[in-house]
Every structure is written in structure tokens, then in C-alpha cells.
Design a binder for this molecule. Structure first.
Ligand code: NAD
Length: 311
């Protein structure tokens, strides 16, 4: 009897709560699919219709505008490229705010300017909703496996509710404090990541040119004090690891232009807080130059290895 009641309760709870997902790209596509796999009722929107159709064939419902999606959702996750896209999705003429239901939980996982996130927070509160910044780390492989790290900023009182949804897409969901703090942590992470990727690419290129076999070199560095994610998990040298962007000519993954955007946001934070970031600014210049070449700009950020290797 108790089992039946529990099941009835969970079925009705499931039918009561619909999750809207906006932005079905390299990351959002997998994240939304993991919500569907978890049994959530999911509706989606993306400007790219092919991505919407892909999610539809995985069991999600399709919406033709963010506004329609807001009218059908109790929880909304957004995962679009940058600040202007998030502004458009929320405040555009057919944006989420046009028909947001009071009490809706809005969770933005895009990496954007913390100041813009605070503006959106105010607008969502004014519309009767709750807003959290929840950028992610882990890359597309972690997105696919549902083991992302979420860095969450926003009111503590609804954090457990937010976490109950993010748990289906991540292995670590961490409350960082007030709105905007998740983004501060994320931008610190990505500045360090850019520096370490450039360091890994320069080092591996030099070692190989000195005659070391690329897999053996990577394996030893991955067990030594140079060990980092860019060497032991996301190695940028083609043929060292399977399943990473370097193994498929740097397709998919984390775009070099997205990394350049994050370095620009980190620079804004550094300038605003009088923090010296000599290496951070050098990394930004290096990715700026890389992205001026149309051969490299659309590729994963590990393509910095290819550029160095061709020099
Ligand atoms: P992506 O470019 O692959 O996907 C973005 C998606 O948003 C696309 O499907 C695009 O069509 C859609 N989109 C753009 N404008 C839209 C709009 N106005 N309305 C609806 N949909 C819109 O980007 P991604 O790699 O999935 O990254 C998304 C965010 O996550 C970025 O902020 C990025 O910095 C961050 N991020 C990416 C990674 C990664 O490894 N790719 C890792 C961590 C964080």
C-alpha cells in the first residue's frame, strides 16, 4: 500500500513539474537528454531547429519561442553562448519573461558576465520567479555522462530544490553564495584552464620535437608534477586519447571563441577588482590571435596545439 502511494505521489509530482531547456548545443543537448533520461517532463527551445528535432526524437516536447516554453515550464534551464544571448532569451520580445509563471525556478548555466547575471536576477524577481547562476565545468564528455560540476549562486532557501534538478546532470552541485558567485568561480576556473592548456600544448609540442613519443610523454607528465586536466583528461595532441576533440580534428568540445569570451570576462573581473593577471592577459592575447584565423576559430580550444605544431 505504502509503495503504491509513493508511486502515485511520485507520478503526480513528476507530471506537475515541467522542465524547460533553452540552448541545445554541445553542452545543452546532452544536459537536456539527461533530464529526459531521468524521467523529467522536458520541453525545449533552440534557434537551431535541427537541435530541437534531435531532442524531440529523444522524448522532449518542442516549443517555438522562449515565451511559449516559459508558459509550459515550472523550472527553466538556459545554456546559450554568452551574455547577449541570455539577455535575448530572457528579455527579448518573445523572451521567457513575457510569460514566466510566478514561482518558476530559472537556472542559467551559460558562462556570462556576473553583472549581466545580476540584472537578469532582478528582472526575474520582478516577474515573480527565482534566478540562479549555475555555470558548469567538465566539458562535453562530463555533460554526456551527467557528471558535470555546477557552481551555483543565488538564495540559499531554494538551493536544495535547484540541486534536485542539477543532480541529474552533474556529480557535484556546489552552492557558492549569492547570485553571481557561481560565475566568479567559473571564470577563475577558465582563466586557469586557458593558461594550463597553452602550457600543456607548448610543453607537449616541445617534447615531441625533441624525439619523445607523444603517448609516453603524456603518460609520464600525467603522473608527475605537470599533471593537469589538459594533459591527463583532455590531451590536445591528436592520437594520444580517444573520445576527446583532438582525436576528431578538434570538432565539438569547448570552442576557442567561447574560451576567448571567458578570458575577456575574466579580464573585466580582474580590472574591476584591481587584480594583476599577467598570464591571464597573455592567454587572452594568444586566444585572440588564434581566433582571428578562420581555420582555428570554430574548433575546440585545444586546437592551440595544432597552431603551435604548424609553426
Ligand atoms: P554551443 O555554441 O555549442 O551551443 C549554444 C546553443 O545555444 C546552440 O545550440 C545555439 O543554437 C543556441 N542558441 C544561441 N542563441 C540562442 C537563442 N537566442 N535562443 C535559443 N538558443 C540559442 O555552446 P556550448 O559549448 O554548448 O556552450 C554553452 C555555454 O556553456 C557557453 O556559455 C559556454 O561558455 C559554456 N560552457 C561550455 C563548455 C564546453 O565544453 N563546450 C564547458 C563549460 C561551459
Amino acid at each position: 500500500m505504502a509503495v503504491c502511494l509513493n508511486r502515485l505521489f511520485s507520478l503526480s509530482a513528476r507530471s506537475m513539474s515541467t522542465v524547460g531547456f533553452v540552448g541545445l548545443g554541445n553542452m545543452g543537448g546532452y544536459m537536456a537528454k539527461n533530464l529526459v533520461k531521468a524521467g523529467k517532463d522536458v520541453v525545449v527551445y533552440d534557434v537551431n531547429d535541427a537541435s530541437v528535432q534531435d531532442l524531440k526524437s529523444s522524448g522532449a516536447g518542442a516549443c517555438s519561442t522562449p515565451s511559449e516554453l516559459a508558459g509550459r515550464s515550472d523550472v527553466i534551464v538556459t545554456m546559450v553562448p554568452s551574455s547577449p544571448h541570455v539577455q535575448e532569451v530572457f528579455t527579448g520580445s518573445e523572451g521567457l519573461l513575457k510569460s514566466l509563471k510566478p514561482g518558476t525556478l530559472c537556472i542559467d548555466s551559460s558562462t556570462i558576465d556576473p553583472a549581466v547575471s545580476k540584472d537578469i536576477d532582478s528582472a526575474v524577481r520582478a516577474a515573480g520567479g527565482h534566478f540562479y547562476d549555475a555555470p558548469v565545468s567538465g566539458g562535453v564528455v562530463a555533460a554526456e555522462k551527467g557528471i558535470l560540476t555546477f557552481m551555483v549562486g543565488g538564495d540559499a532557501d531554494k538551493f536544495d530544490q535547484v540541486k534536485s534538478y542539477l543532480d541529474h546532470m552533474g556529480a557535484n552541485v556546489i552552492h557558492c553564495g549569492a547570485n553571481g558567485n557561481g560565475l566568479v568561480v567559473k571564470l577563475c576556473n577558465n582563466m586557469m584552464l586557458a593558461i594550463s592548456m597553452i602550457g600543456a600544448a607548448e610543453t607537449l609540442n616541445m617534447g615531441v620535437r625533441m624525439g619523445m613519443e607523444k603517448k609516453l610523454l603524456s603518460d609520464i607528465l600525467g603522473k608527475s608534477t605537470a599533471r593537469c586536466w589538459s594533459i591527463d583528461t583532455y590531451n590536445p595532441v591528436p592520437g594520444v586519447m580517444e573520445g576527446v576533440p583532438a582525436s576528431r580534428d578538434y570538432e565539438g568540445g569547448f570552442g576557442a571563441t567561447l574560451m576567448l569570451k571567458d578570458l575577456g570576462l575574466a579580464e573585466l573581473m580582474a580590472d574591476g577588482s584591481d587584480s594583476p593577471i599577467v598570464l591571464g592577459k597573455m592567454a587572452k592575447n594568444i586566444y585572440d590571435e588564434l581566433c582571428q584565423d578562420e581555420k582555428f576559430a570554430p574548433k575546440d580550444f585545444g586546437v592551440i596545439f595544432k597552431k603551435l605544431n604548424e609553426q
